[in-house]
Structures are given as C-alpha cells and as structure tokens.
Design a protein around this ligand. Structure first.
Ligand code: ATP
Ligand code: MP5
Length: 268
C-alpha cells in the first residue's frame, strides 16, 4: 500500500478541536498519514485559551528535521506559529528539508480573542513564510491584517487575494466564515482565475477549529496529488459536514465533527 503523508507544524489544542489535534484527525479521515511538529502548547477548551507555552526554536526545528530526514511528507501545513523566531525557524527548516506543497494557515487570533500570533510578527509572516507557500488560507480579519485594507465587498476580497498572491503565495483562499449572509463563500485565487465555493451558512456556535480543519483537508488532498481546485472543493465539503454534524460537546464554542465526512460517504 502506498500512503500519502502530511506534516502539520502548529500549536497543540488540549481541547482537541483545533491546532495539531484537528489537523491529525483530518489527515486520518482523508486517509493520509499524519505527522506533527509542535510549535506551542496551549491550555485550551471550548470556553477559551487559558495558557500559551511556546516551545524553543531548537525544539521546533529538530521535530521538522527528524520528519524530513526519514518520512518525506508529500505536503506540509503550518498553523499557530506564535512569534517571529518560530516563523523564521520554520521557514528555514522547510526550505532546508526541501519540503513542497506548503499550506500556510496564518492563524492570528483564537475565537475568544486570545492572540495566537504576536502582532509584531505579522510582518515576518509576510516576508518569510508567504513567499514559500503553495497555498495560504486566511479568514477575512487575517486577510485584512495582511493587506492593510478593509474587506467588505467581493471586489475587495478579490483585490486582497491578488495582493497576497503578489507576496509570493502560489494560491490564496480567503475564507468567508466571518462574512454575513445566508451563504458562506470561500474565494480561491490560483494566479489566473477566481473560484467561488459557496454553501448554506449553518446556524451554530460550534465552529471551534474550522479554519484548522479546512486547511488540513486542503493539505491532505494536495498530499494525495490533487490539484488546488480539487483540494479546496473537498475541503469545503469536509468542513461543511463537520460543522453540520457537530458533536455538541463543551459549554462554549464546541469542536466540529471530524468523522462526519467519512460517515456521509459510507452512508450514501
Ligand atoms: N457557519 C458556517 N456554516 C458553514 N460553513 C462555515 C461556517 N463558518 C465557517 N464555515 C466554513 O469553515 C471554513 C473556515 O472558515 P472561517 O472563515 O470561519 O475560518 P477561521 O476564521 O479561520 O476559523 P475559526 O473561526 O474557527 O478561527 C470555511 O471553509 C468556511 O466556508
Ligand atoms: C493551537 C490552536 N491553533 C489554532 C487555533 C485557531 O483555530 P481555528 O482558526 O481553526 O479555529 C486555536 N484555537 N488553537
């Protein structure tokens, strides 16, 4: 059996809904072998983030090196990187290990408002990581921080995607979860064409980890050799099912159901 392999470089969410945990569950569900390099440990649940403990640069680099030296991932995802030192180290290690198909989820702020990336590190993200990204997946507030203007209309979103593309990413997905309206639309710009992926908006508070899960699904599909268009299409279906069939656990913003997509495929 030839299995595709993906590496996530991200923070640990003790609550299991976002970060490394969401990524590994998503890889597994999409039949991709998952590996991890942890950048920070968070004490977190559905009510918020209670503690953040970044790892040393050495610890982060060594994990990436160990994976690169032996297991050769077909695609890589980055999530919470927390500070400039970790961003620079991650970008350097990815290049050194010649890892391809890098999906950058520019995680900045957790649902409850806790910063998962220091404000002063946004510039490092733009200069060091975006230029090596095969795909970058900001939500609307993250895209606004990257481009420096407000995104209200679809035209603004297209302009923002092109601006981020010009920073060096090969493709850009600006997710629409933070928009309003009855539909949630994600916009993909692949350098030539703007593609829209829409689904009905699900009325729920259980959306913890949607961004991580979506980007992990894109990464898993790219690892299998799918095109960016196919990968985003599958990721959108995966996250829609995961939100729709959410588990209803925890007293706050609960996690999504990573098993939902598989269950639907089994039941049709
Ligand atoms: N209420 C919803 N109904 C259906 N799909 C949604 C909903 N909210 C988000 N999505 C989908 O989930 C994915 C993540 O979108 P979003 O913009 O919320 O990312 P994010 O802000 O990074 O996630 P989070 O809010 O968990 O940090 C996108 O594919 C989006 O279309
Ligand atoms: C460790 C960690 N990483 C990322 C997020 C953001 O999650 P998302 O944007 O997917 O909801 C989080 N809450 N915790």
């Amino acid at each position: 059996m030839r299995i595709s392999k993906a590496l996530t470089i991200a923070g640990s969410d003790s609550g299991g809904g976002a970060g490394i945990q969401a990524d590994l569950k998503t890889f597994q569900e999409l039949e991709v072998y998952g590996m991890s390099a942890i950048t920070a440990v968070t004490a977190q649940n559905t009510l918020g983030v209670q503690g953040i403990f970044p790892l040393t640069v050495e610890a982060v680099i060594d994990q990436i090196k160990s994976v690169g030296a032996d297991l050769h991932p077909n695609a890589v995802k980055t999530g919470m990187l927390f500070n400039s030192e970790i961003i620079e180290a991650v970008a350097h290690a990815i290049k050194k290990e010649k890892m391809a198909k890098v999906v950058v989820d520019p995680v900045m702020i957790a649902k409850g408002g806790s910063p998962l990336l220091l404000e002063e590190s946004v510039d490092t993200l733009k200069k060091k990581l975006i230029p090596i990204a095969f795909c970058i997946t900001p939500n609307i507030p993250e895209a606004e921080k990257l481009v420096g203007f407000k995104i209200v209309s679809l035209e603004d979103r297209k302009r923002a995607a092109k601006t981020i593309f010009d920073l060096g990413a090969k493709s850009v997905v600006i997710k629409g979860g933070h928009d309003d309206g009855n539909e949630v639309t994600d916009l993909l710009f692949d350098g030539n064409t703007y593609h829209l992926f829409s689904s009905p908006r699900i009325d729920t508070k259980h959306t913890h980890g949607t961004g991580c899960t979506f980007a992990a699904a894109v990464t898993a599909e790219l690892a299998k050799g799918k095109s960016i268009l196919e990968a985003v299409e599958t990721a959108k279906s995966f996250i829609h099912a995961a939100i729709e069939d959410s588990l209803g656990i925890g007293a706050g913003h609960g996690p999504t159901n990573h098993m939902a997509y598989r269950n639907r495929k089994v039941n049709v």
